[in-house]
Design a protein. Sequence first.
Length: 660
Amino acid sequence: MNISMKRLFFISLLLGMLSPVLQTAKADGVLHVAFSEAFSSNNVTGGRDGDYGAGSGTPHYDLDGWSGTNTNKVYGANKCIRIGTSTDNGTCSTPEIVLIGTAKTATLTFNAAGWSSGTNKLTVTANEGVTLSGDTEVTLGNSTWTSYTVTVTLTTAKSVQLTFTGKRGFLDDVKVQETVTAINAPTLSDGFYFWPKTTEAIATSNITLTPSDSTTVYYTTDGSEPSSSNGAVATMTSNIVINGTTTVKAIGYYGSVVSSVVSSTYTQGSTVNSISAFRDLSVDTEARLFLDDDNSHEARVLYYDETRHQLFVRDQTGALCIDFGSTATFNPTPQYNQHIAGWVVGRRADDSGLPKLVATDNTTTSYLAIANQVTEGQTAPKDINLAYIDDNVADWVVLQDMRVGTDVAVTDRFGTGSYTGALTDLSGIVIPNGGDKLIAPVTQNGIPGVVYVIDETKSFVAPASDINHVTVRLNRTLSSDNWNTFAVPFDIASLDGYIREFDEADGNVLKFKNASSIVAGTPYLVKPAADIVNPTYSDVTLSATAAQTITKGDYSFAAIYQPTDLATDKTELFLKTDGKLYYPTALGTQLRGMRAFFRAPAGVTARVLVFDDELTEIQKMSTVDSHSDQVYDLQGRPVSVSASMPKGIYVVRGKKIVIR
């Protein structure tokens, strides 16, 4: 009910109680004036003063909620309003009007007059679910006031809103009245079990008693029959406090019209005051779980499983699954991070080790308040060690660096799973499975349920097929001080710095060209603008593509995702932070993962890396003396210095020189 409707309701109620004009006894019932508008606040010319060619003021209404303004081509006149102009229709609508009789029928009367000349019409319509009959479309008499009557019937609507539309017509004395022969009984909360908030012997609870529309209600709490001479009065919605098991009876009155009696019995039960206390109950015990809203028992929503109607909650003492199934419903639907306070009745159950509160016939959410976070911090998962998983059943936890299928089992109970062999960070609810404990990942508050981890020191297991829209965390540092070899099993759209990919081999010169992005499986040389330390990438596709080897001429650039042993025959080389290529000298030398290495012909004394046709560094072997004055070409061969030397790039003492 909107504000205008409420105001109208209470005005109608007050007038109905005090004014014999609005509430009149009739042989066949009581007359109820549901709406009456006289437009008495309009004090300009036109209409009631006999001037039927005027009326151009701002419209005023005795009752709030009318919609007509000058913009709607509605104008103030003398103790009335004018609707429309000579060319345009005007329109205005009443507030919502409430009928109190069970018949839901009423009579609309109004007075209207036409402009001093021309043919002027007025039409009355209503909202959906209301039918009108009678003078719904009339031709107005020029300079003449006429009374009109319309029958109003509510078919499916709970209230009526009338709209008047026309050109150059005056409107006055709009009234809706009904003959009330029967009224609805008041509404009383259904009977329920209720429990004390603490351990006192007598429980206190509130019940809601709502009068039907404008009726006056008498109620009793001692089991006696209510009447106008017996019981307390409730003229509007009332919260009645009861103590212990109580039967409440109520009856409604509107003048001489009386409703039937309604009755409900409310029965006291028992309670527990925390999640841990409920978990300690014997299986199949029915009780009320009371969750206070103070810091000691504050309960927060961890996750809501819409498929199973199961709510996972945590207070200061533990976690619990509230399982309503099809017996009851949450209203509104709980959302992550909300507060839960109040109480809920249910049966203590155990589902393969999962502690539950299961709905019964006595379960109701009427007294379970669900509210959004205001100033409190975000509810977060517990960061635990795997050894403590048994202590956190039904709770939201985080486990890092877990190997799926080896360290922990993962279930896609909530639609987010993983694959066997994947190294992961898991954020989810601990779900028992007989004697085992499973993690059911959940994604919320920016925390993904599964983060795929690629660790430079650990083996990597690729998925059987691409997995879209995942989060990947790397255990790898890319230094901004030097070039880094780099390869990962997912695309990276951009990197702040430089990316180079193997382009061609010209003799012993390995040429790299600029690249704008990282493609899954491809080896690169990268030099970021700033150090990148253990980065996390969101919404990427983890690719099933194997690490690729790019071969140009006699040389190859091979990507690896995991630690890899390099050959010791001087054909496999790795790049160090000093910008030089080295080969391993002992068996078991490993190159860490997410890198790339070079394969080269044996016996070559020098290799050169060229980026975008610019020599950046000669990678020296032991046969090239970087401390002598000997001059070398780009293939590492010594050359004689003379005035007739060909133009080109040479190396002296490990430095580049250009002869033009």
